[in-house]
Design a binder for this molecule. Structure first.
Ligand SMILES: Nc1ncnc2c1ncn2[C@@H]1O[C@H](COP(=O)(O)OP(=O)(O)OP(=O)(O)O)[C@@H](O)[C@H]1O
Length: 532
């Protein structure tokens, strides 16, 4: 050691006042990052610097009902006087007793376990720790174990009072900060959730322009679409024909991060089996007779975007296996090509068929079904969301008028009631066709009336069975089991036709049927054909 360094060491050992010598200890406490670290440091410093047998900081749990240790899960109930901490906390005063005494008088099992390694001649000194500032009254208790003389000297030392005050100040400040951090984290979390919720709701509202309907089922559907759009999961759309699966598939693409990339769609039921593979996977030049050029398939064209496979239930089994490979490995091989290509796309598949049934019949691969259905969405049938009929009808009327350059038109309550009463096996598509037809049949400047609505549909092809202006063919069916109803239906059909023939002019229709105009109006009202 050089001379100046040796001098410095001597100064630090001998000449420093006690206050300055204690600074490193204070600094260790001040640097504690949490209340747990602070308690551990405070006890460790006391134990190691004062030669105590044990020093420990116990904390009072938030409810104030029990004291705990950082080293284990033992709880010391503040109302249980079988350990000394309850006495100290209740009285607010320090307590000193011998280990020997404590072993006999206080039989709390956790406390007895604390005493076990201590010698009987040692003394226990327990001090309550109280917050010097802030709201928390009691922080915990400090347990010191050592020889009686050491403890007495320590308790009387003003340095110990300062040490305890520093410990309590730091403890309550850290507790406050930790609480604030926790509260602000909770606030932050709920704000993030709120923002996420608000952002999703705003997107779902935006989607309402495209996927019409205010029913609970439609609102839930729109929320699902937004959620699905946020992910890259494969989406399986299931629902009856005409429920809007195609629309939903496009919406998922438009609201996704892939919106600027291509959206490619194919109907697996509409393409001959032999062509479907090359449509999807593409082919190399000369892959089969007639393949004069290499051709990119839809998988390649959808790169970066979305591939929509409609009527997936009709995909041949051999192709299902290849599609599964694309989904699992992201790779595919065009027909006749020697090398594999990479596919980066989101798949949306749709079907109106019960795929589980198709799996049972071994027409559909179960593994593909589960891979496709990472995000399953079921579309509600129109019968499950009848509340939406009026809004859909009005939107289809507006579309029709814009398309055909016609003046705005409305719909009479009677016509609307008829729309509500119908069944729609073809769902929204069928409703749209009916409204389009009714629009075409409604005279310029008038509202759609019940008499222009086509008759109830006989088949489920999604097309309305339109009545013509020709005389009604009286189908005297053997099925008639309610003569009055049959007559009402016939009467309604005749009046409807006649009104149609005269462009809704009730005076002419009444005259042609040999009825007074008032009688016709009354019948129309009864039959809910026209309430004007
Ligand atoms: N929520 C909706 N809002 C507005 N139009 C809708 C809605 N749902 C369906 N449509 C309309 O109904 C018609 C049928 O919809 P779409 O083709 O999406 O049904 P789909 O379920 O794919 O039918 P399919 O199973 O027969 O292929 C389309 O004209 C579509 O625009």
């Amino acid at each position: 050691m050089t001379l100046p360094a040796a001098n410095a060491a001597a100064v630090s050992q001998t000449l420093l006042p006690a206050e300055l010598a204690a600074m490193p200890l204070a600094l260790t406490l001040v640097e504690s990052s949490s209340t747990v670290v602070l308690r551990q440091q405070a006890a460790r410093l006391l134990q190691s610097h004062l030669g105590l047998a044990l020093a420990e900081c116990l904390y009072i749990e938030g409810s104030g009902r029990w004291l705990g240790r950082d080293s284990d899960n033992v709880q010391f109930d503040c109302a249980d006087f079988n350990h000394p901490y309850a006495h100290v906390i209740r009285s607010g005063k320090p307590l000193t007793l011998s280990v020997a005494d404590a072993r006999i008088r206080l039989d709390h099992p956790g406390f007895q376990a604390q005493l076990a390694p201590l010698t009987a001649t040692s003394q226990l000194h327990i001090r309550p720790l109280r917050a010097v500032d802030g709201q928390r009254e009691w922080l915990g208790a400090l347990l010191l174990v050592g020889q009686a003389a050491t403890l007495t000297a320590l308790i009387d030392n003003p340095g110990m009072a300062a040490y305890e005050a520093l410990l309590c100040r730091l403890w309550s400040r850290l507790a406050r900060e930790q609480g604030e951090r926790q509260r602000s984290q909770v606030l932050q979390d709920s704000l993030t959730k709120l923002n996420d919720g608000a952002r999703r709701q705003a997107l779902a509202d935006q989607l309402a322009d495209d996927l019409l309907g205010q029913s609970v089922a439609m609102q839930a559907l729109r929320r699902h679409v937004i959620r699905a759009a946020e992910t890259n999961l494969a989406v399986l759309l299931q629902g009856e024909t005409g429920t809007g699966k195609d629309r939903v598939a496009r919406a998922i693409h438009q609201f996704s991060g892939r919106a600027k990339e291509p959206f490619m769609a194919i109907n697996c039921a509409a393409i001959p089996e032999a062509l479907l593979e090359s449509e999807l996977f593409g082919h190399a030049k000369g892959a089969f007779s007639g393949a004069d050029h290499a051709r990119a398939g839809l998988i390649s064209q959808a790169h970066g975007g979305t591939l929509f496979l409609d009527e997936i239930g009709d995909m041949p089994l051999a192709l299902q296996a290849k599609l599964l490979r694309v989904l699992e490995s992201g790779r595919y091989r065009p027909l006749g090509a020697s090398e594999e290509r990479c596919a980066d796309l989101r798949l949306v598949a749709a079907t109106h068929q019960p795929l589980r049934e198709r799996i049972k019949q071994q027409h559909f691969r179960a593994d593909l079904y589960y891979r496709l259905g990472q995000f399953p969405i079921t579309l509600p049938a129109l019968s499950e969301r009848q509340d939406d009929i009026a809004q859909l009808a009005q939107a289809f009327i507006t579309d029709f008028c814009e398309r055909e350059g016609r003046a705005e038109m409305g719909i009479t309550p009677a016509a609307l009631r008829q729309l509500y009463r119908r069944e729609y096996p073809g769902n929204v598509r069928e409703l749209k066709n009916i409204v389009d037809y009714a629009c075409a049949m409604t005279p310029e400047g008038a509202d759609i009336d019940a008499y222009v609505l086509p008759g109830e549909q006989q088949e489920t092809a999604g097309q309305p069975v339109v009545s013509t202006a020709e005389p009604v063919a009286l189908a005297l069916s053997d099925d008639i089991d309610d003569l009055r109803q049959a007559l009402r239906d016939l009467e309604s059909a005749i009046i409807r036709q006649r009104l149609q023939r005269f462009g809704g002019n009730r005076a002419q229709a009444a005259e042609s049927l040999g009825l007074p105009k008032r009688t016709l109006a009354h019948k129309c009202q009864l039959l809910e054909l026209d309430i004007k």
